[in-house]
Design a protein. Structure first.
Lengths: 438, 276
């Protein structure tokens, strides 16, 4: 190809590109940023019905969770206006709400029945009493265990076990010869992965991240007890390389019958009892454990929720979609087509009053776990923040990720528990000082 | 002077080359293999090599859920557009640096390269703000420009090295025969540097095709290329490895085929000028 024809081709291509860039204008189309979770994918499948009912077209942008956070934060702070609805979590909703980055959802229709949203979810997604994001599905965490292995071991899982019992049961079910680990837990670095798990474990041993003056508390005996307990439990009865296991890795192990117990998100219940699980028929559920004598349990609270960024030009259309997707009618639509076990859980009180849903094996335990979580009062001793597995402050994501990296290094045997705690103490104090909290 | 190579040594070298090639190719092979498994087989431990029921289900699900052709078209436009635009700017730049260097040419070359040393996320906000200002968010033209700018130092450097191999006397001779500057570059320099230009184009096309920071951060629904297509199948809560693999296979297939057919030029271009 001669340079001349290359030049011509390049010019033509730039023209096409420029031309199509201008042709991209859209009127009644809303763009939604979301993550690739089962319930979200299902929702995408039903959007045609929404478009039929309202005439509003919907464009989906599905991203990996961390990319989504980065993308959505950039879009909000630069006023990019790329999205009309964003899928955000309980961590972002109050912070962004307080910054006026989100459109308040304070004028939802009477038909929508905002009072039907589970109180814990509503509280977690509000700032100063104003709701900023509507929960699409909510979750807590709980114990999932193999009923058959439990029976073999001659034990019975109480509805509200202690960590001491969990250790006893893990010892009894652990069977390395048959490739069965007594227990599988998250150890992967990241504030939303292993960081979330060890934070709630700390809560259940009476530990806390900060005292009321934002002084880090990793030098206190409760943290040493919690972290040592976790590390010993996992070294004795956990899978090889647990320091890099997150939700998906543990789900995979459990589904293949390689875990006696798994403590993780309630939303996993429908996966471990679903088609891809080899142990679907023998899974039982219990509340997340606490250490004996501590009245806080190791269960978190999370919601994937839909919010409207303040920069949107189509707030009304976006609100219409949110009302549709998080409504009682949507739940019924999914139930009708795919069965009650597949409806988005943990968002509405009325769902748990539906007799058909009460028959789903994990329904009651999910509700009990959510109700047992109190984001305004997450620890034994008082703390200056709200949130259970996180503190709703902007500095959290970076700081907690660093701290969880220190912990994961201890899980992997690269440093001792004492060293990890000392490093965590320094990281937390330095961050708080730099940010002007103390 | 050529050295005699013993058959034994040749055998060892060949075996080593094959081993390294297979190790490098294994992740791609595994991705392709996984795309034909069910989700349960994909996470099976021990891993399944060929003893599973092959299925095309993942491909049909991916096809049903996303508009593959739209992502593909965006990838072609963005990668192709940015490469061609880059070449158009880089050829004259490399010409002047190679044949009429000034005192500062070396410094300029190094300075250009230094822009590659900053992590991309460091300029995420400035670029985003510019995109908002000029209404370029989620447009292909915006990405064409950004990717062109990002790859431009590499394009200039590569072309500069190729041009340096061409004796300046040939260009001088053309000038003496009355060739204008334009004719000199178009009809004398370019034809001689075609292998170099071809490999630069290919390499930059591949770099732009695989670019997964700006293409994810500056697009939404309209201009998203195949990188966004893959990212949409990664899940924090749920096991979709087989579908993710199917999406990945579909995304890399075009570039893999292109690379396969052009490997001769690619290798020739990359080793061009290496032996003096």
């Amino acid at each position: 190809m001669s340079l001349k024809s290359t030049l011509r081709a390049a010019t033509a291509l730039s023209l096409i590109t420029a031309g199509s860039a201008f042709a991209d204008g859209h009127s009644a189309t809303i763009t939604i940023a979301t993550v690739n979770n089962g319930d979200m994918i299902r929702m995408q499948g039903y959007t045609d019905q929404f478009t039929e009912e309202t005439g509003i077209a919907v464009e989906w942008v599905t991203l990996e969770e961390n990319v989504l956070r980065q993308r959505v934060t950039t879009d909000i702070t630069t006023n990019g206006g790329q999205f009309d609805i964003m899928t955000i979590g309980m961590y972002e909703a109050p912070i962004w709400g307080s910054n006026d980055w989100l459109v308040p959802l304070d004028d939802l229709s009477a038909e929508y029945d905002v009072d039907d949203i589970l109180p814990a979810m509503r509280a977690g997604l509000s700032y100063n009493g104003t709701l900023y994001a509507a929960p699409f599905y909510g979750e807590s965490s709980m114990v999932m265990y193999r009923t058959d292995l439990m029976e073999e071991a001659g034990l019975e899982m109480p509805a509200a076990p202690t960590w001491q019992f969990i250790r006893e049961a893990a010892a009894a079910m652990d069977d390395p010869e048959n490739d069965i680990n007594g227990i599988c837990l998250r150890g992967k670095a990241g504030w939303g992965e292993g960081g979330a798990f060890i934070t709630v474990t700390g809560n259940s041993f009476g530990a806390r991240w900060f005292d009321e003056d934002w002084n880090a508390q990793f030098d206190q005996p409760e943290w040493a007890e919690a972290l040592n307990f976790y590390v010993n439990l996992m070294n004795d009865y956990g899978p090889e390389g647990y320091a890099t296991n997150g939700f998906n890795e543990n789900l995979s192990l459990f589904n293949q019958g390689k875990c006696g117990m798994w403590i993780d998100a309630t939303v996993a219940a429908s996966f471990v009892t679903g088609d891809d699980s080899t142990v679907a028929d023998s899974v039982g559920f219990a509340l997340a454990p606490n250490s004996e004598g501590v009245d806080k349990r190791a269960n978190w609270l999370w919601a994937w929720a839909l919010a409207i960024p303040a920069g949107t030009q189509q707030a009304d259309e976006a609100k219409q979609f949110i009302e549709w997707a998080t409504s009682k009618d949507y739940i019924e639509l999914v139930a009708e087509n795919e069965g009650w076990a597949n409806v988005p859980p943990g968002a509405r009180t009325s769902l748990y009053e539906t007799p058909e849903y009460q028959a789903v094996p994990f329904a009651q335990m999910t509700l009990d776990s959510i109700n047992a979580a109190d984001p305004n009062n997450p620890t034994v001793d008082p703390v200056p923040y709200t949130g259970i597995q996180f503190a709703a402050i902007p500095e959290w994501a970076g700081m907690a990720t660093e701290v969880s990296q220190e912990f994961s290094a201890a899980y992997a045997g690269q440093q001792t528990v004492e060293e990890a705690l000392a490093n965590a103490q320094a990281i937390a104090n330095e961050t708080m000082e730099a940010a002007g909290y103390r | 002077m050529a050295r005699a190579i013993s058959p034994r040594r040749k055998l060892i070298t060949t075996a080593a080359a094959w081993t390294i090639a297979l190790i490098i190719f294994f992740p791609i092979f595994w991705t392709i293999l996984t795309s034909f498994k069910t989700e349960a087989q994909a996470i099976n431990d021990p891993p399944l090599f060929f003893n599973f029921d092959w299925t095309l289900e993942n491909y049909s699900v991916v096809q049903e859920r996303s508009d593959y052709m739209r992502f593909l078209w965006n990838s072609v436009i963005i990668a192709g557009g940015s490469t061609l635009l880059g070449i158009l700017i880089a050829v004259p730049a490399a010409w002047s640096m190679a044949f009429v260097p000034s005192r500062r040419t070396k410094d300029i070359l190094l300075w250009m390269l230094s822009t590659k040393m900053l992590p991309a996320v460091g300029v995420l906000y400035p670029i985003s703000l510019l995109f908002v200002e000029f209404n370029l968010l989620d447009t292909r033209i915006g990405l064409v420009v950004v990717l062109m700018l990002i790859n431009l130092p590499i394009i200039v450097w590569m072309l500069y090295t190729y041009f340096r191999e061409i004796p300046g006397e040939i260009l001088e001779a053309a000038r003496m025969d009355g060739a204008t500057l334009k004719e000199e570059i178009l009809y004398v320099l370019t034809p001689m540097a075609i292998p170099g230009i071809a490999s630069t184009v290919l390499l930059n096309f591949i770099l732009a095709w695989n670019e997964a920071f700006w293409t994810l951060n500056l697009t939404a629904a309209n201009a998203a290329p195949l990188t966004a297509f893959i990212a949409s199948y990664s899940s924090p809560e749920g096991l979709f490895f087989a579908k993710l693999s199917a999406a990945s296979t579909m995304a890399i297939a075009p570039i893999l085929i292109l690379g396969w057919f052009s490997q001769k030029q690619l290798v020739r271009g990359l080793t061009f000028g290496a032996v003096k």
